[in-house]
Structures are given as C-alpha cells and as structure tokens.
Design a protein around this ligand. Structure first.
Ligand SMILES: Nc1ncnc2c1ncn2[C@@H]1O[C@H](COP(=O)(O)OP(=O)(O)OP(=O)(O)O)[C@@H](O)[C@H]1O
Ligand SMILES: [Zn+2]
Length: 497
C-alpha cells in the first residue's frame, strides 16, 4: 500500500468486505442462534409497522475526506457554474439589503448536469464559502418499503441540520441532496404514494425555511435528469436558482487534470494539454480516473514517474474498459473485424482523417473498437454532421448485413448511440417534422421517427460501403493478423482500393 501511495494512488480500505467476511464467519458458526434472533427482530419490526425507526435507519452522512473543507479553487473548470453559485451565495449573505428591497429570499439551488461533473464538490465548496455546516444525503436513501419512513427521514435531516449548526455555533447550514429526482420525480396520479409523502415533506420543509431564522438553511440539490423533476419543486420559492453543470471544455479538462496531477510524480515530458485534447467528452470524475489509472500503469512498469504512454493507456481504459483476454472464435473475430471496418470506413468518408486506430482486441464489453482522433470541442452541430455521426454508428451493422446478410447483438450499443443522435435532431427541430414538442411524443411516435430516419440513413450507409468492398478485403487480412491498424495504414488501404 505504501508503494501505491508513492504513486499517488488513492487507497480506500473497504469496510464492507471486511464486515461481510466477518458476518459469514459468524453466520456459519452460530447460524441457528442468529436465525432465531433475526426472526425475533423481524417480528418486532413488523409489529411496530411504520413509524420512526431507531439508529439503523438514520440517514447516512458522508464521512471521511468528503467532509473536509473544499475551496472553489480546488474545482477545475466550471467557471460559469462557480460564478453563478458564488453570486447566489453572496446574495444569501447580504441579508439586510435583501430585507430592505423586499426581495424574496432564496431557498434552494438546483445543480443539474451529467454525472461526475463536480456537483457534489460545488455543494461542499458552497458550505465552506458561507461558513456553514454541511450535511449531505442522496435521494435514494429516502426510498423505503414502509410508508412514511422517507418523510420522517426528511424531517430528521432538517432538524439535524438545525441542531448541528447551533452546536457548532454556525449561522447557517447547507443541506445537499444528490439524486433529487428519486424523490422529486413527476407525480403521476397516485402510483407512487410513498414517494409522494416524501416529496410533500420536502416541500413542507422548504416552505418552512425562513430568511431570518437562525441557523439559516440553504438547500442544494443535484440531478442529472432535470426534465424528470416535479413542477412543484421548480416553482418560485422552492428551487428557484438553476445552475447547469456541464461537461468540461478543453480548458476545463486541463485545469482538472492539473488539479489531480498535483500529488503525482509526473514525467517532465508529459504534456497535459495533449491529454486534455484527447479526453474530449470526459467528465471530471473520468479525468480523475485517468490520472489514477496512469499512476497504476506507471507502478506496474516500476517507472519512477508517470509518462505519456501511461496516460494514453489510461485514457483507453477509462474510455473502453480494461483489456480482457476473452476467448473468441475465428468466425467471431472475422465478424467483429468487418463490423469495425464498417465504422472506420464511414468515419473516414464523413470526416476524412478522423480514424486514429482500428483494433481487434477485446476490451471491456467490446470485442473490437475504432479510436477517433480528438475532435475540437463543439457547441453547434449541423444536421449534416449529426447525420454523419449516425452513419458512422450504423456502419458496423451495415457491414455485417453486407457480408452475412444479417446483424448480431454486437450492434446494440451502436443503435442506442444512433437513437440518441436522432433524439438530438428531433429536439433541435432538425427533422422533417420541424419543431415538435418532444416531451409530448408517445413511444410509438418516437419509434416511427427513429425508423424513418435510421432506415433512410442505413440505405445510404450501405450504398457507400458497397462501393468500398475492396477496402474490406484488403484491410481484413492485416487486421486479423496484426489485430491493429493505425489510422495512417488504414487510410493508405482506403486510397489504394
Ligand atoms: N470540476 C472538477 N474538478 C476536479 N475534480 C473533479 C471535478 N469534477 C469531478 N471531479 C472528480 O470527480 C469526483 C466526482 O465528482 P462529484 O461527486 O462532484 O460529481 P457529481 O457531479 O456530484 O456526480 P454525480 O452526479 O454522479 O453524483 C470528484 O471527487 C473529483 O475527484
Ligand atoms: Zn459497432
């Protein structure tokens, strides 16, 4: 372990496995007695029915390093989100002015954005910035089999915040609720009664927050499914500040990489800017994982410093999963090779120069993959670009149809990806239907629109691939033998055919 930490690898000792081991041991030795005990306990539990439970049910609070103070400077990128959050918090501090102007005080801040983008970090920094105590919980902790328990836990959470802040002599408390959509999802006519009670309790607590009470409560919630939230939560006077927390752009990624490189022996030759360019689309959590994996690769090679190749292996691993040595048959390998070549050819045809590698080695869930050169960060997508992306995704299945007359389960992820792009097209009003309210669309309507668009692009994809049959034949041989084609090698074969 000391060796690991020299490389800056973070080590956590799992209390859970230790406990499990302990219980298995006990269970085997005193199983009969234990069974009786559990039975008795269960009877008492059932007899008490709903109502407040004891210590075991109290909401778990994050502990350990999660509760150490965190500064906004320690969060990479997210400049706009940080600024908006600080503005809101400053607002909180200027009590007098707010009272004078008769401004309705703010109660809740909603952070929304993809997983791992630093929403929790922002909430912790907010607590530190306002010199508040910090309590955190996750929406899923409030979901219980017994009616009323979730609501009780919400009540406990708020009263715990008040008592803890008083005890610590703080003027305010930040309550952070992650995955708020679990309790705050849209209410759909009595189906989820238990969730309803929990949500109602949360709304009641929010309505009970007063600007001049002491300690002051500030509620921060996070979600990556904002569209799922019940309107009651988003109403003025509830979560009325919405801050979007997006995936970091290149500058943000570099900042995050630098933060996580701080405690690691980086080789002088390493250019983190290049890593930032190659990790397009990565979240902060994934970038943190890249740095950690790179350190592990360095240790495996007993290298004193983390080198560029360790980082590039780490990017591959985080992007596509660990290399596996799954047994594959010759037929399977050939099929996968043709499938990947289908993707690669379409990629080169729609975005020349974009393929950086075609590989035939099992990795994570995939048996092969095409690696693309880093793209520029983009914020605007044209219809043409998105159609191209769909055709690249369809290229795998199209190739299988060409050579085998049918598809395989290997294209599942591809279709999912293609349908996600269709969704973007529809929501941006880029389809023939023009501007439609996609939130009102029935599953049947989605299926129809997916079929129309994908069928049409599939035909185009197949036509384009048919014209390059020769490329398949010439590349297949090398790919099966070498298991790898570099982007340049592949382009040579493409031009030659
Ligand atoms: N902007 C960032 N700067 C530095 N590190 C980051 C950043 N974003 C994420 N991380 C790293 O990823 C980890 C997870 O981030 P965090 O828990 O804040 O994400 P989240 O948005 O709350 O995710 P989720 O929605 O999954 O709860 C952090 O502990 C940190 O190591
Ligand atoms: Zn595929």
């Amino acid at each position: 372990m000391r060796k690991l930490s020299n490389y800056g690898v973070e080590i956590a000792i799992g209390i859970v496995p230790v406990l499990i081991g302990f219980f298995i041991y006990i269970g085997l030795n005193v199983a009969p007695i234990l069974m009786l005990g559990i039975l008795g306990f269960a009877l008492v539990y059932i007899a008490r029915g709903k109502g407040k439970l004891t210590a075991s049910s109290s909401t778990k609070r994050s502990a350990g390093n999660k509760s150490t103070p965190l500064l906004f400077e320690q969060i990479g990128g997210q400049e706009r989100a940080k600024q908006e959050l600080i503005e809101s918090l400053d607002f909180l501090v200027k009590e007098e002015q707010i009272a004078k102007l008769g401004i309705r005080p703010m109660k809740g801040i909603l952070l929304s954005g993809p997983p791992g983008t630093g929403k929790t970090l922002l909430a912790r920094a907010a607590a530190h910035y306002t010199d508040s105590i910090y309590l955190s919980a996750s929406g899923s902790e409030f979901v219980e089999m017994y009616v009323g328990v979730g609501a009780g836990r919400i009540r406990d959470l708020f009263s715990e915040a008040r008592t803890k802040a008083k005890k610590a002599g703080k003027k305010s408390a930040v309550i952070f609720i992650d995955e708020i959509e679990v309790i705050g999802g849209k209410r759909d006519g009595g189906q989820h009664r238990e969730y309803d009670q929990t949500l109602n309790q949360l709304l009641t607590e929010m309505d009970g927050i007063h600007p001049n009470e002491s300690p002051r409560i500030l509620l921060i919630a996070a979600t990556n499914r904002k569209e799922m939230l019940d309107a009651a939560l988003l109403r003025p006077g509830r979560f009325d500040r919405h801050i979007g927390v997006d995936l970091p752009d290149k500058k943000g990624r570099l900042h995050i990489l630098n933060i996580h490189a701080d405690n690691k022996p980086m080789d002088e030759s390493v250019d983190l800017e290049k890593v930032a360019a190659e990790s397009f689309g990565f979240s902060g959590a994934q970038l943190e994982a890249v740095m950690n994996e790179a350190a592990i690769y360095a240790m495996r090679e007993t290298s004193a410093t983390i080198m560029e190749r360790h980082l590039s292996m780490a990017i591959d691993k985080v992007m596509m999963g660990e290399k596996t040595d799954r047994e594959t048959t010759k037929e399977e390998r050939e099929r996968v090779a043709l499938h990947e070549l289908g993707h690669a050819i379409m990629a080169e045809l729609t975005r020349p120069g974009s393929v950086s590698q075609v590989a035939l080695s099992p990795r994570g869930q995939a048996l092969g993959y095409v690696r693309h050169n880093p793209q520029q960060d983009r914020y605007l997508y044209t219809t043409q670009f998105l159609n191209g992306q769909i055709m690249i995704a369809l290229g795998g299945a199209a190739a299988e149809e060409m050579f085998y007359g049918g598809r395989s389960t290997g294209s599942r992820g591809d279709f999912e990806q293609a349908m996600n792009i269709v969704k973007t097209l529809v929501e941006s009003g880029l389809t023939e239907e023009g501007i439609v309210d996609s939130s009102m669309m029935t599953p049947e309507a989605w299926a129809r629109i997916n079929r129309t668009i994908l069928d049409e692009l599939m035909v185009q994809t197949k036509t384009m691939l048919e014209q390059r049959r020769d490329v398949f034949t010439s590349s297949l041989k090398t790919l099966l033998k070498e298991e790898m084609l570099s982007g340049d090698e592949f382009r040579k074969l493409l031009v030659a055919a």
